[in-house]
Ligand binder design. Structure first.
Ligand code: ADP
Ligand code: MG
Length: 249
């Protein structure tokens, strides 16, 4: 589904991503882990087209998206969340989901207002579904900026889904969540998988990664140092060394 081929991104002298190779298969939950600064967010930014790579290729669903801009990668079926939450804080929960929809019928309406007025009933009922899915139905009229942190993260995931992606890239969705919220996130990730959505999960919360992923790639200084099932990764010496060798996050 997603093929990363000898992908590199250099920022000046920093090799943020360094000849990285991995493939995410259709329908799996693929974990991308590694110490702080190892190139995880940069990889997500490259795949979603925030900036072009220095070298290498990105193939999604058989299509070369190496230099595709964010709106093109979104159209191709890739949605994401950000490590630092980005929501429309002055819009309600419902509105945040409504504007994020990427439905073909609503795209025919040329501007937001006409979409709003004439928006299809189907699209509106789908917003309800995302609200339910994210357990945010009772917060629908709250401003996003007033939500608790964990709720904002949930809304970000729901907003990514509203684009009807084939694949979602989640950059540390469990950051700042309590145990209960992490368990609920685990269930939602499984529900995504059950819907056939492929997931790339960047995450520091190891219980979640080890529980929910099918396979994991481990980065260190922009390079892949290991790839395998959660149990293979837990027993990998290079991975243990990489985590011990950092200030511990
Ligand atoms: N836009 C940028 N400009 C310059 N350096 C960057 C930029 N984004 C990331 N970096 C650097 O690239 C490296 C990898 O960062 P990042 O991908 O954010 O790591 P991670 O998400 O694994 O913590 C770090 O050294 C970081 O400082
Ligand atoms: Mg990051």
């Amino acid at each position: 589904m997603l093929e990363i081929k000898t992908l590199s991104k250099h920022f000046g002298g920093v090799r943020a991503v360094d000849e990285l190779d991995f493939t995410v298969r259709q329908g799996e939950i693929f974990g991308l882990i590694g110490p702080n600064g190892s190139g995880k967010s940069t990889t997500v930014n490259l795949v979603t087209g925030i900036f072009p790579p220095t070298a290498g290729e990105i193939i999604f669903d058989g299509r070369d998206i190496t230099t595709a801009q964010p709106h093109v990668t979104l159209d191709a079926g890739i949605a994401r969340t950000f490590q630092n939450i980005r929501l429309f804080n002055n819009m309600t929960v419902w509105e945040n989901l409504w504007v994020a929809q990427n439905s073909a019928e609503d795209k025919k309406a040329t501007n937001l207002l006409s979409r709003w007025m004439g928006g299809s009933r189907k699209a509106k009922s789908q917003v309800e579904e995302y609200l339910e899915f994210s357990a945010l139905a009772d917060k629908r009229d709250e401003l996003a900026g007033n939500l608790a942190f964990g709720e904002q993260r949930r809304l970000e995931v729901a907003r990514a889904l509203a684009a009807k992606p084939k694949m979602v890239l989640l950059d540390e969705p469990a950051a700042g969540m309590n145990r209960e919220e992490v368990r609920a996130l685990d269930e939602r990730l499984r529900a995504l998988k059950a819907r056939g959505i492929t997931v790339l999960l960047v995450e520091h919360v190891m219980e979640l990664v080890m529980e929910v992923t099918d396979r994991i790639a481990v980065l260190n200084f922009g390079q892949k140092i290991a790839e395998g099932t959660p149990s293979e990764i837990q027993n990998n010496q290079a991975v243990k060394d990489a985590y011990l060798g950092t200030s511990g996050d």
